[in-house]
Design a protein around this ligand. Structure first.
Ligand code: ASP
Length: 327
């Protein structure tokens, strides 16, 4: 066959990644501990097909701010870091701008298969993968943590969700026109898949940390593909002695590098400080392999570091003066 046009097919996240030379250097924001608790959120890192308009920017920053406030409300009322990260991620799942819950990326078959995880710093963890009927996948992940003896359940059934007290939903809730068009473009032109995974990390007044991440994966992924988000140690990790991490970017690289756990291990065993550990894992597991992405992190003292090596990342954190959201 001499036709140079590749046939329509699934997005290949590894082959379609840029070369290492095209990956931007790591950018990093450090927010020193300022009070009794801390929260940070993200809503995805990656290239943007076009710059946001002023209205789009304002809407997305408002959504990030709402998520931060939801986490803050929990923590100010004395709730745990786990409750704070779930509350923040629910807000982002409900918002159609981002690739999680409503507005999630679609598989080659046009289906929203959702991944989510919650992990506490005492190493309790729960996750769902390829979930097609959980209205808020992060709530289902918390139910797996709290109500089952397991860590990861694939596509929980309506009966399981009901038993856990989680709302079920059909695909109409998740599939939005923006993602239908993104899939059509990808299948026709092999354009890059979109990112936009959401996540939160928090430290509560008792010094406990937690992380939660939720995603539709990558536009044009094969049915059944599971990314880094619901895999403990890849896209989500928490340890009360070191750090809570929520990641975003091409999941295959996070899984191969066991990136979130490696960030913890650099702090735990090599004595790296939080900012250095973030930079090192982004450089080694992503940048050096031609991949981009980002992490939000918090340590047990409440110091927050947000780091990314992509041209854009939706991100936010709390300060003593209130939430800060950046697009
Ligand atoms: N990490 C997600 C995945 O590969 C995608 C993203 O963060 O945008 O499933």
């Amino acid at each position: 066959m001499t036709d140079a046009t590749p046939p329509p097919g699934p997005h290949d996240p590894v082959a379609d990644s840029p070369t290492p030379a095209d990956v931007p250097p790591v950018e990093l924001v450090s927010v020193p501990a300022w009070g009794g608790f801390a929260v940070a959120v993200h809503a995805g890192a990656g290239p943007r097909p076009r710059p946001l308009t002023a209205d789009e920017r304002a809407e997305r920053e408002a959504a990030l701010t709402d998520a931060l406030r939801a986490g803050e409300r929990e923590l100010a009322a004395g709730a745990s870091a786990q409750d704070a990260v779930v509350a923040a991620v629910v807000v982002l799942e409900d918002c159609a701008f981002f690739n999680a819950g409503r507005g999630a990326a679609l598989t080659t078959e046009g289906v929203a298969e959702l991944d989510a995880a919650v992990m506490r710093g005492d190493r309790a963890a729960g996750a769902v993968a390829a979930a097609t009927g959980a209205a808020n996948p992060v709530r289902a992940a918390r139910a797996v943590l709290a109500q089952t003896p397991h860590v990861l359940i694939v596509d929980p059934s309506a009966a399981q969700l009901a038993a856990w007290g989680c709302e079920a939903a059909d695909q109409e809730r998740f599939v939005v026109e923006r993602q239908r068009r993104a899939l059509a473009r990808l299948l026709e032109e092999r354009a890059h898949g979109t990112h936009g995974t959401v996540g939160a990390v928090a430290r509560d007044a008792r010094g406990r940390v937690a992380a939660a991440t939720s995603t539709g994966g990558i536009t044009g992924q094969l049915p059944g593909r599971v990314g880094d988000t619901p895999l403990v140690g890849a896209g989500t990790f928490a340890d009360d002695a070191t750090v809570a991490v929520s990641g975003t970017g091409t999941g295959e690289f996070f899984v191969r590098g066991v990136l979130a756990h490696d960030l913890h291990a650099r702090m735990r065993y090599a004595g790296a400080d939080l900012a250095d550990a973030c930079t090192q894992v982004l450089d080694e597991h992503l940048g050096a392999r031609g991949a981009d992405g980002g992490v939000i992190t918090v340590d047990p003292a409440g110091n927050v570091v947000v780091a990314w090596n992509s041209s854009a990342m939706y991100r936010g954190w709390l300060t003593a003066d209130g939430p800060v959201a950046r697009t």
